[in-house]
Write a protein that binds this ligand. Structure first.
Ligand SMILES: *Cc1c(COP(=O)(O)O)cnc(C)c1O
Length: 330
């Protein structure tokens, strides 16, 4: 069975497991895990920010990142299918007490006209204040689309002008970086606070990082502990992340090529496949997934008429060819 349900399904490679086994560790709640510290410094540097904080999940990372720029009773604006709006089970409302409004874009891009018309300045006791704009790059539910750097720059410029912050959900920012050649720090420069995942295409078993100013990260460290996310000898997991940064970033280009191959076989225009996610609109989505499984390929539905396939570290070129041949028969 070739499993294309998600790029979270990867398991650590033998070399990654060795790096984990050999990691130097300490109690990270005491700030004494050298491997975690190394990972945090490295990721902060890559994104051109002052600091980073290792998190158990991308959801916690997003919650604490958004919380660092949006207060109780304030709002964040984002795209309608954003992970923060759709897939974090209301965490931002439940924990932070913020509200959200959304704009819609078929590719998950920024609609700056919509952002401008929705933005609400501080009007004291009359209206909810827009404290931040949140964007996702690549955009998961829009099909792994890359947010054009120029849009991100325009959004940041607008945000600075109105005194709001930009949050970037970069769970798959690595894919955007590899697909476009844009340095990570250029993306980093367009956001006040970011989240990046190690447990998606990079193939680490666990882990994400919140990235931002030293002050935001210091405060998030307190909140992470408050939420039960203070981790001890967690360098074994950070070592997997460091290994992934050394060995699994450039190879994301292979995942992107595999995704285009699969798209073509499934009747999707490969020109629209920008990274490692292929979205297939079909009225018979559930039955298509069943028939694909019978042909040896596991896919998932992400809506009543939407099938998703995701390539990753666990899928070789031979696997992709085999899956493509199976999908072509459907
Ligand atoms: C996976 C993902 C996250 C984080 O998910 P966790 O499962 O909590 O690690 C955040 N944003 C996007 C866009 C994602 O795809």
């Amino acid at each position: 069975m070739i499993d294309l349900r998600s790029d979270t399904l990867t398991t650590p490679t033998p070399a990654m497991r060795r790096a984990m086994a050999e990691a130097e560790v300490g109690d990270d709640v005491y700030g004494e895990d050298p491997t975690v510290t190394l990972l945090e410094e490295r990721v902060a540097d890559l994104l051109g920010h002052e600091a980073a904080l290792f998190m158990p999940t991308g959801s916690m990372s997003n919650v604490l990142a958004v919380r660092s720029v949006v207060g109780v009773g304030e709002e964040v604006l984002c795209e309608a299918r954003a992970h923060i709006a759709r897939a974090e089970l209301g965490a931002h409302g439940a924990y932070t007490g913020l509200t959200m409004r959304t704009w819609s874009h078929p590719l998950g891009h920024v609609d700056l006209d919509a952002v401008r018309s929705m933005h609400a300045p501080n009007m004291g006791p009359f209206f909810v204040r827009t404290a931040a704009f949140s964007v996702e790059n690549t955009h998961n539910f829009a099909g792994g689309t890359v947010l054009p750097l120029a849009q991100l720059r325009d959004l940041k410029e607008y945000a600075v002008g109105v005194g709001a912050a930009v949050h970037l959900d970069g769970a798959r920012l690595w894919n955007a970086h590899v697909a476009t050649g844009t340095p990570l720090a250029e993306y980093g420069a367009c956001a006040d606070v970011l989240s990046v995942c190690l447990s998606k295409g990079l193939g680490a078993p666990v882990g994400s990082l919140m990235v931002g100013s030293a002050d935001a990260v210091a405060e998030a460290r307190v909140w992470r502990k408050r939420m039960g996310g203070g981790m001890r000898q967690v360098g074994v997991l950070a070592a997997a992340g460091l290994h992934a940064l050394d060995h699994h970033v450039e190879r994301l280009a292979d995942d992107h090529a595999h995704a285009r191959l699969l798209a073509e076989a499934a009747g999707v225009d490969p020109a629209g496949v920008e990274t490692n996610i292929v979205v297939l609109e079909r009225s018979d989505a559930a039955s298509y997934v069943e028939r694909a499984a019978a042909a040896g390929v596991r896919l998932s539905t992400v809506g009543p008429t939407t099938v998703r396939m995701v390539t990753h570290l666990g899928v070789t070129w031979a696997d992709a060819e085999q899956a493509a041949a199976a999908l072509a028969t459907l």
